[in-house]
Design a protein around this ligand. Structure first.
Ligand SMILES: CC(C)=CC(=O)SCCNC(=O)CCNC(=O)[C@H](O)C(C)(C)COP(=O)(O)OP(=O)(O)OC[C@H]1O[C@@H](n2cnc3c(N)ncnc32)[C@H](O)[C@@H]1OP(=O)(O)O
Length: 259
């Protein structure tokens, strides 16, 4: 018997939306859900009708972490030799289009890590972020100790990871974990506005801008600036650069062709 799908997928305008839909378990990230999420993200990435992607959950939980019940009996050989929290957890990092995490409610453990793997986090005012793995006798395993520390700095990351303290939306905004906080009722509308703004721009420049920002996390400042310069110069080979600049000079809206 096939399990019911744990995600809902729709396209709104040029924005693909993946909603985690396992409400009784607060969107706990089990293997099935992660596999479905990855497949949906890759499908949107290939779809020329989609220019940006939103990953969201419910009002109560973006995701309360990896599924503790599914992993509690795993042995050391199980987790080491079976690619546990492996490549399928990081599919979002393969996506070339911008991915917005629209977070309401709990984003804990793997849920916080998934949000941080997205390109930006838009938070509802009821959002709560945390890496409470230490309560379970483990540590973050999907990049949390690295991405949280880069986002909010060592001291705050240490406090959250070593004590399991949750951070509310206001603190997450002050700490630069999230791009912006909006009222819960406006979360999807605001996320869609971001997606549609991105969709109105030149696809190549958006994809290259995403790569340029991500390069800042992977290299030195000197190498990063060199990378940015190469990307910047390369965009002068696109029709969209000509169109964007001519439209400005002619005081009209650009008509980007993504070439
Ligand atoms: C990625 C890696 C490597 C690791 C991880 O992510 S480890 C998991 C980290 N996350 C957590 O430790 C959070 C666990 N959840 C909680 O602490 C609480 O559920 C809560 C604070 C998020 C919410 O508490 P509340 O009292 O409002 O709700 P509950 O009754 O506790 O939960 C409702 C329902 O959801 C099930 N649930 C919640 N989180 C998980 C989870 N991570 N894995 C599996 N199931 C989860 C919870 O058991 C309950 O279901 P049942 O009533 O059927 O037991």
């Amino acid at each position: 018997m096939t399990e019911a799908s744990m995600i809902l997928v729709e396209t709104i305008g040029r924005v693909g939306v993946v909603r985690l839909n396992r409400p009784k378990a607060l969107n706990a990230l089990c293997a099935q859900l992660m596999q479905e999420l990855g497949a949906a993200l890759l499908a949107f990435d290939k779809d020329p009708a989609v220019a940006a992607i939103i990953v969201t959950g419910s009002e109560k939980a973006f995701a309360a972490g990896a599924d503790i019940k599914e992993m509690k009996d795993k042995t050391f050989p199980d987790v080491v030799f079976n690619d546990f929290i492996g490549a399928h957890w990081e599919t979002v990092l393969e996506v070339k289009k911008p991915v917005i995490a629209a977070v309401a409610g709990f984003a804990l453990g793997g849920g916080c890590e998934l949000a941080m793997m997205c390109d930006m986090i838009l938070a509802a005012d009821n959002a709560k972020f945390g890496q409470p793995e230490i309560n379970l006798g483990i540590i973050p395993g999907a990049g949390g100790s690295q991405r949280l520390t880069r986002a909010i700095g060592k001291s705050k990351a240490m406090e959250m990871i070593l004590t399991a303290r949750m951070m509310d939306a206001a603190e997450a905004e002050r700490a630069n974990l999230v791009a912006r906080v909006v009222p819960l009722a406006d979360l999807m509308a605001e996320a869609l506005k971001i997606g549609e703004k991105i969709a109105s721009l030149s696809g190549p420049s958006v994809a290259i801008a995403k790569d340029a920002v991500n390069a800042a996390f992977e290299t030195t400042l000197t190498e990063g600036v060199k990378t940015e310069r190469r990307m910047f110069l390369g965009l002068f080979a696109t029709a969209d650069q000509k169109e964007g600049m001519n439209a400005f000079a002619e005081k009209r809206r650009p008509n980007f062709t993504h070439r």
